[in-house]
Design a protein around this ligand. Structure first.
Ligand code: FES
Length: 571
């Protein structure tokens, strides 16, 4: 027997299927639908609008455009709400809530009758959350992103969230700009709706999702407020009806080869380190493990070719003018798996051939004239565990460095002491922040961008080696070692570092070492005690989170949501 379609899918359990359908139709008719409309393929649309979320301000008009496309193709569009997450409006961090959004998306896609679903993501965690949920629900799905914001201008200088937020805040901390000017800047950093306009996590995830095949070609870089974005949404709606008819599921698109394409793009665009975590979580839903050693090998042979902040000069609207992801994929063509299916129903290589030809521009460089000869990310190993470094955003002179550890026990400790004149710190020290990982913080916030101690900032110090078990915003820059795994809160070696220890970073050799002997390390390990329980951890989502969150190398998904055991690896 064929799988039920449309309104007949996933009937509520009353023990009488005909009654369940009768009741469902009675209620949906109260929405004003005709019988003819209810016989059409149903295309769900996730409504991720929230008045807290400026990155998703345009979701209502995207929904209208997607609906238009669905109806032009003969389907019935039905929008439904999901959780919406904005980076600056999620306590304690949006990462803490990503899995909750993924569960919401998965269960609502599964629970409600829809033959396909169009997922509207944008702000950092929303894209991975929706794709994780869709991967597990395995209903035909495609992604539309809200798109990047436009750039603004401050006293003649072009600016955009949020690399420039951090740059100007650094200048303010160093006393180079005053209170009045920083207020003036805050009104100009986010001049339009849309996601951060640099190569932050939102842009990284959008470009990777397109390379992964979960978005129609050409959709990642169109600015949020351009008319082209609405035309893309309309096309997505129309295509979703075809996707439903073909029954093309996320599991058929998100294959190990397709994830390898996404990771290749992550490296070539100088993308956010968060991309690794989110891809690990998405792949984990399908029983695919991200092989970090293989990713590091891939990084060594994949140059950074996109000249966007924070690694380079430009903004996402410039990448759109340069042709979006297409010129990047064309440069990478010999390194990609072109046979991967995409939501268009075609192969990646075929999709690429349908896009307009490239033109002369200087945002996407040729492979033989890259911005950085190696990929933006490096996977480090040593007695401190495994970690990630975004070397394209680091200071070249610090990529090989040995210094004295200055340890911060927690985020609170960091906040209390970093600006103290009494802090014993020198420019060549290594700042260490611990208990800021998935369980330690909790939620692995983007606090790995440890501020330069104020007394050093005032002396003109702009970068230091910084190490933590936290994450970092894709908009940030500096010689920052992140995602140390296992994290300190579960007894990883980061918990054992003491003030004054020597730490050596050697990015070329992929080494991160605490320079103490094994005996001393073992002695400290035996004496280690777990940090006290988080307040409120005896109940609710926090309890669920702390009991089930996986480490960074497994994408910080919940152990009961990832498919185990993994059956294959990527890249
Ligand atoms: Fe939403 Fe940056 S805050 S993308």
């Amino acid at each position: 027997m064929n799988d039920p379609k449309g309104m007949r899918k996933g009937l509520t359990s009353y023990g009488d299927e005909r009654f369940s359908l009768f009741l469902r139709k009675a209620f949906i008719k109260a929405m004003g639908y005709s019988d003819e409309a209810l016989e059409r393929p149903i295309i769900g649309i996730t409504n991720t609008f929230s008045a807290y979320n400026a990155c998703h301000r345009t979701v209502p008009e995207l929904i209208e455009a997607i609906k238009r496309g669905v109806m032009l193709a003969g389907g019935l569009p039905v929008e439904f709400p999901t959780i919406s997450l904005h980076e600056a409006f999620a306590y304690p961090s949006s990462m803490f809530l990503r899995n909750l959004m993924a569960m919401d998306a998965e269960e609502m896609i599964r629970a409600q009758p829809m033959d396909a679903v169009v997922l509207i993501g944008g702000c950092d965690k929303t894209v991975p959350a929706l794709l994780m949920g869709a991967a597990s629900a395995n209903v035909p799905a495609m992604l539309v992103v809200t798109g990047p914001m436009l750039t603004g201008s401050h006293r003649g200088e072009r600016l955009g969230a949020c690399t420039d937020c951090r740059r100007y805040w650094g200048q303010y901390r160093a006393g180079q700009i005053d209170e009045q000017e920083i207020e003036e800047i805050s009104a100009k950093l986010v001049p339009s709706a849309g996601t951060c306009g640099i190569m932050g996590t939102a842009s990284t995830m959008a470009l990777m999702a397109e390379a992964l095949g979960m978005m129609l070609a050409g959709g990642a870089a169109i600015p949020a407020v351009h008319a082209d974005r609405l035309r893309h949404a309309e096309a997505a709606g129309a295509r979703a009806v075809g996707l439903a008819a073909e029954g093309l599921t996320p599991g058929q698109i998100m294959t190990p080869d397709a994830f390898a394409n996404a990771l290749r793009v992550l490296l070539a665009i100088g993308g956010s380190t968060n991309g690794i975590i989110h891809i690990a979580a998405m792949a984990g839903r399908l029983g695919i493990e991200v092989d970090l050693a293989a990713l590091d090998r891939m990084a060594r042979e994949t140059p950074v070719i996109v000249d966007l902040k924070p690694s380079g000069r430009y903004y996402m609207e410039d990448l759109h003018r340069a042709g979006g992801l297409a010129p990047v994929l064309r440069e990478l063509r010999p390194l990609l798996n072109l046979d991967c299916l995409t939501v268009s129903g075609r192969r990646l290589g075929e999709d690429l051939d349908t896009l307009p030809p490239s033109w002369e521009q200087d945002v996407v460089r040729p492979l033989d004239h890259p911005l950085y000869a190696e990929g933006g990310l490096a996977v480090l190993r040593g007695n401190l565990g495994q970690a990630v470094l975004k070397q394209s955003a680091a200071s070249a002179e610090l990529l090989r460095h040995q210094g004295r550890a200055v340890v911060f026990e927690s985020l609170d400790d960091l906040a209390q002491r970093i600006d103290s004149d009494a802090l014993d710190v020198r420019a060549d020290d290594v700042l260490v922040l611990r208990n800021a990982g998935p369980k330690g913080a909790p939620g692995m916030p983007e606090s790995g961008y440890i501020p330069i101690p104020r007394k050093l900032a005032r002396q003109g110090v702009t970068d230091m080696v910084r190490i933590s078990d936290a994450r970092m915003s894709g908009t940030a820059f500096g010689t920052i070692v992140l995602h140390v795994c296992p994290e300190a809160a579960v007894g990883g070696s980061l918990a054992l570092v003491q003030n004054g220890d020597s730490i050596r970073l050697d990015a070329a050799a992929r080494q991160l070492e605490l320079l103490i002997d094994d005996k001393e390390l073992a002695r400290r390990r035996a004496a280690w005690r777990a940090p006290p329980a988080h307040p409120g951890s005896e109940r609710g989502y926090l309890k669920l989170f702390l009991e089930h969150v996986l480490q960074a190398d497994r994408g910080c998904d919940f152990d009961f949501l990832a498919r185990t055991p993994t059956t294959t690896k990527t890249p």
